[in-house]
Design a binder for this molecule. Structure first.
Ligand SMILES: *[C@@H]1O[C@H](CO)[C@@H](O)[C@H](O)[C@H]1NC(C)=O
Ligand SMILES: *[C@@H]1O[C@H](CO)[C@@H](O)[C@H](O)[C@H]1NC(C)=O
Ligand SMILES: CC(=O)N[C@H]1CO[C@H](CO)[C@@H](O)[C@@H]1O
Length: 248
């Protein structure tokens, strides 16, 4: 697993950081608090996706994935119930907004689109939240419809999900490599841990003015330079909750 960060040598950083504004001091070094956090007046960890990384005996880590127990970095437990997801990056207007399913695509801060057949009627959940389940590296929409709705990364590394009553997955999609941690985040482990980005609405892109979620990797960073790194916070729902009959 590559999602670990090294702390920065304070001596090394002191040289380059002096050119920036409103610096703070960490031991002998100065640093930009928008980019680093100082631990024990000694170690600098980067701020990634708006999260000042925590420090655990020699490693910087994200609380969306790890915990530090008796000075040992440990993965958080996997979430074992359905959950919703919210955007996390305090330096972004959509911080705290929900991940929303619509048109077989995940958006950020949009409206959930779902359907309840009339013959099912009152037995349908309200269908107004986007709920997900995850286990064994794969993820699915938290639905009642027989056959379920599998979640995948499409060829553009956007998040999609299968249509109800269909197993069709577009060519070039990835259906594994997801992890969801209780009290943590929904992590894309594909592509060596580059994480998620939120991309602002564009005039040409579909989605009706809502933000898009894209998984970054080693080759698509340049095309995503107008997007901002975000974490996806897991918000567990009670066991047995369904988000919708089906998402549309
Ligand atoms: C969803 O609908 C239910 C039932 O109408 C309502 O109680 C609940 O507040 C709604 N939730 C959201 C997030 O809109
Ligand atoms: C990265 O994502 C792009 C789509 O945004 C995809 O075309 C490319 O194959 C991916 N690269 C790797 C190394 O998986
Ligand atoms: C909303 C917000 O806090 N925006 C800030 C995000 O970070 C950049 C660079 O550090 C600032 O310029 C923004 O003002």
């Amino acid at each position: 697993m590559a999602l670990r960060w090294s702390f920065v040598s304070v001596a090394l950083l002191g040289i380059s950081a002096t050119v920036m504004g409103s610096l703070q001091t960490c031991g002998q070094a100065q640093y930009d608090p928008a980019q680093y956090v100082c631990w024990y007046n000694q170690f600098l960890c980067p701020v990634t996706a708006g999260e000042p990384l925590s420090y655990c005996s020699g490693a910087c880590y994200s609380k969306f994935m790890y915990t530090c127990t008796n000075n040992v970095l440990t993965l958080l437990p996997a979430v074992d119930s359905p959950f919703t997801l919210t955007v996390s990056n305090p330096n972004l207007s959509i911080n705290g907004k929900a991940v929303t399913a619509s048109g077989q695509h995940w958006y950020l801060g949009g409206q959930t689109s779902s359907y309840c057949p009339s013959q099912v009627g009152l037995a349908c959940p309200p269908g107004n939240i986007t709920a997900i389940v995850a286990s064994g590296g794969s993820a699915a929409m938290d639905v009642m419809v027989p056959g379920g709705q599998l979640v995948y990364l499409d060829a553009f590394w956007n998040v999609g999900y299968t249509q109800a009553h269909s197993a069709y997955i577009p060519p070039g999609s990835t259906t594994t490599g997801f992890a969801a941690y209780a009290a943590g985040g929904f992590i894309n482990l594909n592509g060596n841990g580059w994480g998620w980005v939120a991309c602002p609405p564009t005039a040409s892109g579909g989605g009706g003015g809502v933000w898009n979620l894209v998984a970054k990797n080693s080759t698509n960073t340049a095309s995503l330079n107008n997007c901002t790194p975000v974490n996806l916070k897991v918000n567990p729902l009670p066991q047995g909750t369904y988000g919708a009959w089906q998402y549309t």
